[in-house]
Ligand binder design. Structure first.
Ligand code: SF4
Ligand code: SF4
Length: 403
């Protein structure tokens, strides 16, 4: 607990841990029992082994999401649920928040430390943008559809800024609903030199490069800019959308840029329908269809495959339907193997973003309504609820007994 306290104070010096009451102790026991009963403590295999087995789970905090209090609590909850990796914005304060959440989880009960990954972009990308508008310019009689549609509670007309920048993760849902066209899109590109410094800090294990896959020169420029900072990494992921027949040539070209000095594992994140997992069942179809095609391709370069973009509670069923869940051959051709060693699962795992944040976010929001900004372990009745939801998402991939 002491570690959690001192770290959290760096997020918000005004916040102090609450004294532990008898009822809180009981709830924390319940948290430990949930972790124990699902065998999360016993899950001592490395994240790399999870990729090989096909049971890798990554939490995506969001390449642009920077609410450090939520990020800290999300990281705590999903570390207890046994994720292999936590992917966050390439920002020092955000990385601190993730690491603080992880250590706070490990102070509650001994669980494995997930890898910490930061996300960067080689050019303009949907994941690297913010919405912005001046609420003073909004007509007073506007029904504020922007507020209703925002999945991140990032729009507040009581706030002088309109958009709470640190909460906006660029999903874009507010842009088309404004009847007065007041909302601007602000895009940005993470600086390669600043990213290289973050990678050398020692508390980051992996980097993810978001690319359109259409301009190898942008990818190469970023890669060259990262220089030897990638040498200390465990994993480099490349996230790209489905660009049809150009996808395999694109990933082959990117692999040829990276392969000169590969002291790390590499992964291709197949971003089906970006930032849509919280929308519903249909959102996962594009991610599954993308994975089916790439898994069956014979001429792809080495690297684990992982789904993202539209992933949610229906994704595992979709993978099972296509016999891609923790299998080493495709259903169409038993002789077709991944270009990775044949003992590896065809699909290394799944990354959950908006959906993972939504299910735990419900509890974080209700905790905040009652207690303001707080450490979730100080309100373990909320931690029990959040962990139960997180285990329900992670469990089917990890094959936990409760799922
Ligand atoms: S709807 Fe999406 S883009 Fe708009 S403010 Fe909310 S998170 Fe940002
Ligand atoms: S919908 Fe447009 S005009 Fe209305 S409150 Fe939102 S930004 Fe302002």
């Amino acid at each position: 607990m002491a570690l959690s306290f001192s770290c959290y104070a760096s997020l918000n010096p005004q916040l102090q841990h609450k004294p532990i009451t008898q009822s809180n102790k009981k709830c924390l026991e319940k948290v430990k029992n949930l972790v124990r009963a699902n065998g999360v403590c016993l899950n001592t295999s490395s994240p790399h082994e999870s990729l090989q087995k096909g049971n890798w789970v990554k939490l995506i905090c969001g390449a642009s999401f920077e609410d450090v209090v939520d990020i800290r609590n999300l990281s705590l909850v999903y570390t207890l649920a046994g994720v292999d990796c936590i992917d966050c914005a390439a920002d020092g304060a955000v990385i601190n928040a993730v690491n603080e959440g992880i250590e706070a989880a490990r102070a509650i009960t001994p669980v494995r430390r997930p890898w910490v990954m930061i996300s960067v972009n080689d050019h303009e990308d949907l994941h690297f943008r913010k919405a912005q508008f001046d609420p003073n310019e909004c007509p007073l009689d506007c029904s504020r559809p922007c507020e209703n549609v925002c999945p991140a509670n990032a729009i507040s007309m009581n706030d002088t800024h309109g958009v709470l920048t640190e909460r906006c993760y660029g999903c874009g849902r507010c842009f088309p609903v404004c009847p007065y066209d007041k909302i601007m899109e602000i895009t940005y590109i993470r600086d390669a030199a600043a990213t290289a410094e973050l990678l050398k800090r020692g508390d980051v294990d992996a980097v993810e490069i978001h690319t359109s896959g259409r301009h190898i020169s942008f990818f190469k420029e970023l890669w060259d800019g990262l220089g030897d900072s990638v040498d200390c990494l465990k994993l480099v992921a490349v996230s790209l959308p489905d660009i049809g027949d150009s996808t395999i040539p694109a990933i082959n070209m990117m692999y040829s840029v990276m392969e000169g000095n590969m002291s790390f594992f590499n992964l291709w994140q197949l971003d089906g329908r970006p930032m849509s997992g919280d929308i519903g069942r249909g959102a996962t179809r594009e991610a599954i269809a993308f994975a089916v095609r790439i898994a069956a391709a014979k001429d792809k370069p080495p690297g684990f495959l992982q789904l993202a973009g539209g992933t949610n509670a229906h994704t595992v069923d979709g993978l099972k339907k296509h016999r891609l869940f923790q299998t080493t051959t495709t259903s169409k051709d038993k002789n077709v193997h991944s270009s990775s060693p044949s003992s590896n699962a065809l699909i290394g795992g799944v990354a959950y973003g908006g959906y993972a944040r939504k299910i735990v976010g419900r509890t974080l929001n209700s905790m905040q309504a009652l207690h303001g900004h707080a450490c979730i372990e100080d309100h373990p009745e909320h931690l029990v609820m959040a962990l139960t939801d997180a285990l329900a998402l992670v469990g089917p991939i990890k094959c936990y007994p409760s799922s």
